[in-house]
Structure formats: C-alpha cells, structure tokens
Design a protein. Structure first.
Length: 87
C-alpha cells in the first residue's frame, strides 16, 4: 500500500493472481483501496464478485465510477478459490 494521493495512479483488476504475471507496480494507494470499497457498495458489477486489484503500468486511474469500468475488463470472470484451497 502506498500513502500517495488516490485517483491518480493507474490500476488494474484481475483474477487468480494473474496480475503478478504482468509488469505492474504492485503498489496501490490506500485512498484507492478505500474508494474501491465505497464504490463496491453501490456498484452492480461488484455484486457477488471476487477479484484482485493492483497498481499497473497499463491500467487506468480510479475515477468516481471507476470500479465499474475496471470490472468490465474482467468480462464476468471471478477468482477461483478451488485453485489454492486453504490448508
């Protein structure tokens, strides 16, 4: 987590740790995490969804309705927790 301003750094969403394979900064401002949580409350695209979010060189900044836009890049995919079950 970074203590930088929110809504500025490019972010990306992914599933099943696929973001680790990209050339990402992996840093995400605390303000963007908080904003994504607040937006998720009223974002229909976030209902029942599970995803990863990270800083990314190829992403986009999180704007007022940015979570919905970011989630559209997943094309309906969700994380698959059966891949790495808890011990």
């Amino acid at each position: 987590l970074a203590d930088t301003a929110g809504g500025v750094d490019p972010l990306a969403v992914g599933i099943d740790d696929h973001l680790r394979k990209l050339n990402t900064t992996r840093r995400i401002p605390r303000a963007d995490v908080a904003q994504a949580c607040v937006q998720a409350i009223e974002c229909k695209a976030a209902l029942g969804r599970s995803f990863d979010m990270s800083g990314s060189d190829d992403g986009q900044a999180l704007g007022p309705d940015g979570l919905d836009t970011l989630l559209q890049t997943l094309k309906g995919a969700n994380c698959d927790y059966s891949i790495n079950p808890p011990p």
